[in-house]
Design a protein around this ligand. Structure first.
Ligand SMILES: Nc1ncnc2c1ncn2[C@@H]1O[C@H](COP(=O)(O)OP(=O)(O)OP(=O)(O)O)[C@@H](O)[C@H]1O
Length: 411
C-alpha cells in the first residue's frame, strides 16, 4: 500500500492568459491584480513565486489552489488532462501563512487525528502508524513528537502544518509565505525539507518574500511577478544571465533574488525570449496518475467519531474553561430555581411564570451563543484550513460542536 502511495502521483500545473480583477467599490472601478499571465509549473519541482509586496503573489497562489473563489479569466489546469477546478482541488492541499493547529494536542495526537480523518478506516492502525512515522521522519519532527503543539517552535509548527497535509500523499502543495517568522537557519532547513519532498514526487508551489541566496538556489523554477505581470520565469541560475542580456548586472555578493525584485519594483522591463518560444509545449506531459487516496471516501460516521474524540480531548486539556463553563451553568440554574421556586403552582403569579420562561430560555441559549462567540473566532481559520483541505464535511463539524456542548447546556 505504501509503495502505491508514494510512486509518481504528482502532476504539473499550467495557466494561460490568467487575469484577475476585483471591484473596488460602488463607482470606484476595478483593480487588475493579475494581468493575463502565462506559466507552467512542472511536476516534482520546488517552485517559488516571488515579487515585491502587492505584486499579486498570494492572489496567483490562491487562484491556482482554488482557495480564492473569485472569478478569473484564462485557464488553469494540470498537464495532459482536461479537468475542472473541482478535480484539480482534490489533488492539492493549501498551507496558510500562519500555523492554525490544535495547540492543546501533542504533535503525535495531531498526526494521528489527521491520519484518521484523512485515511478513514480503510487503513489499519499499523499502516497509519507507518505513514505517520514516515512523515515525521521526513519533516524532521522526531524529537518533538510528544510536545504539545502550542509550545513547538515556529519552524516545528511550520513543518507540522506541512506534515499533517502529507499524510494522504497530495500531489501538489501550495504554501503561502511558508518562511515568514522563521530565522534564516530555520528557513533554510524548512526549505530543504520541502526540496526533499519533491524527490518523492510532489510539486511544491510557494510564495516567498525575500528568499536568502541559499533558499533562492534551492528552487527548481521561479516565477517573479511585477505588478500583476510576469517579470521573469525560469530556472534561478538563468536569472542573472537573463538580466545581463537586458543590460542589468547584479553587483558582486548581492543576493540575485533581491536584485531582481528591486528591478521589478522599479518598473524595469526585461525581455525573456527563451520562455515565450516554448509557450506551445505546455500540454505535452503525461497525464497524472490519479491512483491516490481520496479523502472523500471516508465515511461521515467515521469522521464524526474522530472529531468527537478530538473535541473531547480538547475539553479535557482545557480544564479551566470547561470547569468554569460548567460552574457558571450550574450557578445560573440554581439562581433561577431559587428565584422562581414553585411559581408554576400559583396561578396568581402569571407574570413570574412569564419571567421564568424568559430567564430559562436565556439560560438555555447562552451556552450555544457562547459557543459561537468564544469558539468560532479561535477555530475559524483552523476550520478553513481543515475543511478546505477536505478533512471533513461542515455538517459533521457542526454536529460534533453542538453535541460536545450538550452536557453544559443540559446542566
Ligand atoms: N479583494 C481585494 N480587493 C482589493 N484589492 C485587493 C484584493 N485582494 C488583493 N488586492 C490587492 O491586490 C494586490 C495584490 O495582492 P496580493 O495579496 O496578491 O499581493 P502579494 O504579492 O501577495 O503581497 P504581499 O507580499 O505583501 O503579501 C495588493 O495591492 C492588494 O492590496
Amino acid at each position: 500500500m505504501n509503495e502505491q502511495r508514494s510512486c509518481g502521483l504528482s502532476s504539473g500545473v499550467e495557466f494561460k492568459n490568467l487575469a484577475y480583477k476585483v471591484q473596488l467599490g460602488y463607482k470606484k472601478g476595478y483593480k487588475e491584480i493579475l494581468k493575463s499571465i502565462n506559466g507552467r509549473f512542472p511536476s516534482n519541482k520546488l517552485i517559488g513565486i516571488l515579487g515585491g509586496s502587492g505584486s499579486g503573489k498570494s492572489t496567483l497562489l490562491n487562484l491556482l489552489s482554488g482557495y480564492e473563489e473569485g472569478k478569473y479569466s484564462g485557464t488553469i489546469r494540470t498537464y495532459g488532462v482536461d479537468e475542472d477546478l473541482k478535480q484539480y482541488r482534490k489533488k492539492s492541499v493549501y498551507i496558510m501563512q500562519d500555523n492554525y493547529l490544535q495547540d492543546l494536542l501533542t504533535l503525535r495526537e495531531n498526526m494521528e487525528i489527521a491520519a484518521d480523518l484523512k485515511l478513514g478506516d480503510r487503513f489499519g492502525c499499523y499502516a497509519k502508524k507507518a505513514i505517520i512515522d514516515k512523515v515525521i521522519s521526513v519533516m524532521g519532527l522526531k524529537d518533538a513528537i510528544d510536545t504539545k503543539t502550542g509550545i513547538l517552535s515556529g519552524g516545528e509548527k511550520k513543518r507540522l502544518s506541512v506534515g499533517l497535509e502529507l499524510i494522504n500523499e497530495p500531489s501538489i502543495l501550495f504554501l503561502d509565505e511558508p518562511t515568514t517568522g522563521l530565522d534564516s537557519s530555520a528557513c533554510t532547513q524548512f526549505m530543504e525539507h520541502l526540496k526533499e519532498l519533491t524527490v518523492e514526487g510532489k510539486t511544491i508551489i510557494c510564495t516567498i518574500h525575500q528568499p536568502s541566496a541559499t533558499v533562492f538556489n534551492l528552487f527548481d523554477e521561479i516565477y517573479i511577478l511585477q505588478d500583476g505581470s510576469c517579470f521573469y520565469r525560469g530556472k534561478p541560475e538563468d536569472l542573472l544571465p537573463c538580466l545581463e542580456n537586458n543590460g542589468w548586472t547584479c553587483p558582486l555578493f548581492h543576493n540575485p533574488a533581491d536584485f531582481a525584485i528591486e528591478l521589478s519594483i522599479n518598473n524595469v522591463n526585461i525581455v525573456q525570449e527563451s520562455v515565450w518560444e516554448c509557450e506551445e509545449e505546455v500540454t505535452k506531459d503525461e497525464p497524472c496518475n490519479t491512483n491516490k487516496v481520496d479523502i472523500s471516501d471516508v465515511s461521515e460516521y467515521y469522521s464524526f467519531k474522530v472529531l468527537m474524540k478530538r473535541e473531547f480531548l480538547k475539553c479535557i486539556r482545557n480544564k479551566t474553561l470547561t470547569y468554569l463553563r460548567l460552574i457558571t451553568s450550574v450557578m445560573n440554574s440554581l439562581t433561577l430555581s431559587v428565584i422562581f421556586w414553585k411559581v408554576g403552582s400559583d396561578a396568581s403569579k402569571m407574570l413570574f411564570n412569564y419571567n421564568f420562561i424568559m430567564g430559562f430560555l436565556l439560560h438555555l441559549m447562552t451556552p450555544s451563543l457562547m459557543l459561537t462567540i468564544l469558539t468560532y473566532p479561535n477555530e475559524k481559520l483552523t476550520l478553513f484550513r481543515e475543511h478546505f483541505n477536505r478533512w471533513f464535511s461542515l455538517k459533521v463539524y457542526y454536529l460534533v460542536l453542538t453535541l460536545i456542548e450538550l452536557p453544559i447546556a443540559v446542566s
